[in-house]
Design a protein around this ligand. Structure first.
Ligand SMILES: CSCCC(=O)C(=O)COP(=O)(O)O
Ligand code: ZN
Length: 475
């Protein structure tokens, strides 16, 4: 079948007209916009590049009208439009393939980029670079590429597509470094849900939409389990403030004051950090079986998670806040029926006796394994570069790699609160330590702030893995 332009119109086996050629043509011909045609090094295929700068390109200065002739100018974290063959044009984010840790490659002389799609259950695939262009906002897209968007804006997937575009728009508003975290933590969708709940409405994703999208993407590889790498480090609710800008005034008016209060917390606030870090610690295997977590001191108040809950699902309002004397200042909503973490007495020992700014309690398998291999009263770590990340509280400085780090082990007890006596004794006997191991149970680690506590916990965890290896292999 021939059209006036001479374009060969192909029909897919589903009877849908192929839009691949139209996509390039539409980009080239779009009214009032310049397009820069560049050739990729090997396949020489023409890549139309939008001259409309998105917030992302403005802030990162990655894409511009004067994009040069490189094979791949997309970087990890770029927000893009992708038009994979017969599938609808969809917003996505450039992120490395978790299996190979690369975000672009040459395949059969074609440059491919690895994309995760917005609002689509973390579906991802490798896609030709000439099927991608930088993300422009929804209005520009609808105005300038009407043919590309007609299908999605009229079909049953319209609302899903709209949410994907909103998510992409939201991601362009935040720093590139935070985008991947925000993407994997579903920050945007979380807020939509929060807003909808405030209106006593559930987010309505129609089944038919899901079915249709499943059919559309059924040839794409399914996403593997989310991995706790630095790339997809989850962040529960940072940037909530920015996100509300996407809601119209009606929406905002329907959010209760209580919720607005949480939307306004900065991302360094414990009500944001504790849920975010608990989620990370869960993925690290540190807070399994509901136990463990982190407490943070902020402006002379101590923030503590609830006890016995799925720590990776804690919400900002779930936290207990008390002063340094243990007097409650803020409580979670009473209907949640939460009680304060059983670890509170130990957390308080670290705050009062060591002037900690944050305390982490982990239930990692490594700690328990190491205890099984170490019947003595303490663990000694030598000859590891990683110990430079551990703080010597007695000397007030970080260890050198030729020093020995000694961590006391106290015996476990029936209840966490019964550990207080031996915990205090350990602090007295080991003034240099920033951690106490509880045999066959876990470990408490503290630092002057949450970053220090987290970094040290990572260093201990790493060192324990090496020690287990050494002990098992009699090295
Ligand atoms: C399986 S958890 C047993 C109790 C425990 O060790 C613990 O750390 C409890 O912490 P929580 O913050 O859930 O009270
Ligand atoms: Zn515990």
């Amino acid at each position: 079948m021939k059209k006036n332009s001479g374009e060969q119109v192909k029909k897919s086996r589903y009877g849908r007209v192929s839009t691949k050629r139209k996509f390039d043509e539409e980009c080239d011909n779009s009214l009032g916009r310049k397009t820069v045609i560049i050739s990729t090094k090997k396949n020489k295929s023409k890549l139309p590049v939008s001259s409309v700068s998105s917030p992302a390109s403005t802030s990162n200065n990655v894409h511009s009208n004067t994009r040069n002739n490189k094979v791949n100018e997309f970087n990890i974290g770029d927000i893009v439009w992708a038009k994979p063959g017969k599938y609808p044009v969809w917003p996505g984010i450039v992120i490395s393939d978790p299996n190979f840790n690369i975000h672009y490659k040459e395949e059969n002389n074609v440059t491919m980029l690895h994309i995760y799609y917005c609002n689509d259950a973390y579906k991802r695939n490798w896609i030709r670079i000439n099927q991608i262009f930088e993300f422009v906002g929804k209005d520009s897209m609808l105005r300038e590429f009407p043919k590309l968007t007609t299908h999605v804006t009229r079909s049953k997937i319209k609302s899903k597509w709209n949410r994907a575009v909103d998510e992409a728009t939201y991601l362009t508003m935040i720093n590139r470094e935070d985008r991947i975290k925000a993407f994997f933590s579903n920050t945007f969708l979380h807020n939509i849900e929060m807003t909808n709940n405030a209106q006593n409405k559930k987010p309505s994703i129609e089944q038919s939409e899901n079915d249709q999208l499943s059919a559309i993407y059924n040839q794409q590889p399914a996403i593997e389990n989310q991995q706790a790498t630095i790339e997809n480090l989850p962040s529960t609710s940072c940037n909530l403030q920015i996100n509300t800008n996407l809601f119209d005034d009606d929406f905002k008016q329907n959010i209760t004051n209580h919720e607005v209060q949480y939307l306004n917390y900065k991302k360094e606030h414990p009500r944001v950090l504790i849920p975010e870090l608990c989620r990370l610690f869960y993925l690290n295997g540190w807070v399994t079986g509901t136990g463990g977590g982190i407490s943070i001191k902020y402006e002379n108040h101590i923030y503590i998670a609830p006890s016995g809950v799925q720590k990776e699902r804690i919400q900002p309002e779930d936290l207990f806040v008390q002063d340094i004397h243990g007097v409650d200042v803020e409580l979670p909503p009473p209907e949640k029926n939460f009680s304060k973490s059983q670890c509170t007495p130990i957390f308080m020992c670290s705050y009062t006796l060591r002037d900690a700014g944050a305390v982490i309690h982990i239930h990692s398998l490594e700690v328990v394994k190491l205890c099984l291999l170490s019947p003595g009263k303490d663990i000694r770590i030598n000859d590891l570069e990683i110990i430079k990340g551990i703080y010597n509280e007695e000397k007030g400085k970080y260890y050198d790699n030729d020093e020995e780090v000694v961590i006391p082990i106290i015996e476990n007890s029936k209840y966490e609160r019964d550990l207080v006596g031996t915990f205090k004794l350990a602090l007295r006997k080991y003034p240099m330590t920033s951690a106490v191991i509880v045999r066959n149970h876990g470990m408490y680690v503290w630092g002057k702030d949450w970053q220090s506590a987290k970094t040290q916990c990572e260093c201990y965890d790493y060192a324990f893995k090496v020690m287990i290896f050494k002990k098992l292999n009699r090295l």
